[in-house]
Design a binder for this molecule. Structure first.
Ligand code: GLA
Length: 451
């Protein structure tokens, strides 16, 4: 009985409790209209409330008609499982707007989060309300999941993918190869105390990919196959790393071919940052062209999209998208956020500003209105641009769920940052309102906005 104590009305309590009991016993659900074809299996007529049960994700949703509130109850947890405390602590959602409904079927909308986030009931509610596809922030990266040649840490990725399966969400497998030395363990780089040979490295890449893709291919619909291989500056196409030193471009070819062989239906992505800037854009196009020539099945370019406030990126992005369209390479916006305590200076002038920046925390008491407004405008411009490319863009994912969880509070120095659409209390910010309205008033001809 206590399973529904998070619900307010005693009348409902009884109804829901017996309903949960019915589910528990495997009894037939009450006869009721189907409210959302395909997913929601039953609706219960209860005075004052709309109640829907989505048996596919074992979830009950209630909307108070008088003052619309949305409450999700996980039925498995509500039936007395160990998650009961967690679900009880989740506050009802008071804002019924949903990014995924505003997006309609134009593209997938997603978010990158840590596996721990999925255990927070209030985060889980927000995720279910707004997003269709999740990227594991860290747990599936090579150093996390495969710390030694014969040692695997599957636990966190298993939990992550379990949450996705249970909630009928897709997953982006992130990432199979991270082409940087500081993101690669020693065991991958060495062989008999020498730098690893080309043959061994390619073999290790194949075997890593076969294992990860084999384990999670059922729920992963897009793979970040290779992350950050391009050189930021200089003449070289690829950054200096064990991968480029040992194999040139071939590690990327092998990675994509192996991923395709193991998961023929998934979208295979090359993921990187700053490729809208002219110097790196030229390299990106060269890389993708060479990969195509070598038979690497690259379906999409993952534009991380870690922007900084005031960056005038729109014309450069437009040019990048136009060139990718010519190459018939799709685009995913894979890690979107807008840093308001901008970080570029950290790397400028040989790092000579770092001591000063390390103490720079200008918005610890709140974000001034004018800065907030600038961020809103930048978000709106971005989403208007994305809307110009409905044939090209297949997914837009934010990087982290709310301001308090963003990596930009810690990288490259500690500061209070505000890069996302939800604030530290998980409330939609004015930037959310603006993006939501932009999505709803989609101009693209193919767009199907939800009324
Ligand atoms: C890159 C990586 C991500 C993440 C961010 C910072 O963009 O692709 O996995 O590590 O940096 O959080």
């Amino acid at each position: 009985m206590n399973c529904f104590s998070c619900l307010k009305s005693p009348l409902l309590l009884v109804g829901f409790a017996s309903f949960a009991f019915a589910l528990d016993q495997g009894t037939k659900l009450p006869e009721a209209p189907v409210v959302r074809q395909g997913r929601t299996v039953a609706a219960i007529e209860t005075p004052g409330f709309n109640v829907a049960v989505d048996r596919s994700v074992n979830q009950l949703t209630m909307v108070d008609q008088a003052s619309p509130r949305l409450t999700f109850v996980n039925l498995a947890a509500a039936q007395g499982g160990p998650d009961l405390q967690q679900d009880k602590s989740a506050k009802p959602v008071t804002d019924l707007r949903s990014l995924k409904e505003a997006v309609g079927d134009r593209f997938k909308i997603g978010v990158g989060v840590g596996h721990q986030v999925l255990k927070q009931p209030e985060d889980a509610v927000l995720i279910r309300q707004h997003f269709q596809i999740l990227t594991p922030e860290n747990c599936m990266k090579p150093q996390s999941i495969h710390p030694k040649e014969n040692q695997w840490n599957f636990e966190a990725s298993d939990q992550f993918t379990e949450f996705a399966r249970a909630n009928k969400l897709d997953v982006v497998g992130h990432c199979l190869v991270w082409a940087k030395d500081d993101r690669t363990d020693e065991w991958m780089k060495q062989e008999n105390d020498q730098p690893v040979s080309r043959e061994t490295l390619l073999h290790r890449i194949e075997s890593h990919i076969e294992t990860v893709v084999g384990r999670y291919g059922d729920v992963v619909t897009m793979w970040d196959v290779v992350n950050e291989a391009l050189a930021d500056t200089g003449e070289n196409l690829l950054r200096d790393s064990v991968y480029s030193r040992a194999t040139g471009i071939d590690f990327i070819v092998t990675a994509f071919k192996t991923a395709r062989a193991k998961d023929p239906d998934a979208l295979l992505i090359y993921n990187d940052y700053n490729d809208h800037k002219p110097e790196k854009r030229e390299k990106l196009i060269r890389l993708l062209t060479e990969l195509r020539e070598k038979g690497a099945p690259v379906d999409a370019y993952g534009m991380q999209g870690h922007f900084e406030l005031g960056e005038n990126e729109i014309p450069q992005l437009r040019q990048t998208f136009d060139e990718l369209r010519k190459l018939k390479i799709k685009v995913v916006v894979s890690e979107l956020d807008i840093d308001v305590v901008t970080r570029g200076r950290w790397w400028a002038d040989n790092g000579s500003h770092r001591e000063e920046l390390a103490k720079f925390d200008p918005y610890k008491d709140g974000l001034p209105k004018e800065i907030q407004q600038k961020q809103i405008e930048q978000y709106v411009e971005l989403f208007k641009l994305f809307d110009e490319y409905p044939d090209l863009i297949v997914r837009i994912s934010f990087w982290n769920l709310h301001d308090g969880q963003s990596w930009l509070n810690y990288f490259p120095w500690n500061r209070v940052n505000y890069p996302l659409l939800f604030d530290r209390d998980r409330k939609p910010k004015p930037a959310f309102d603006a993006v939501y309205e932009t999505l709803r008033s989609a101009r693209s001809s193919g767009a199907k906005a939800v009324p």
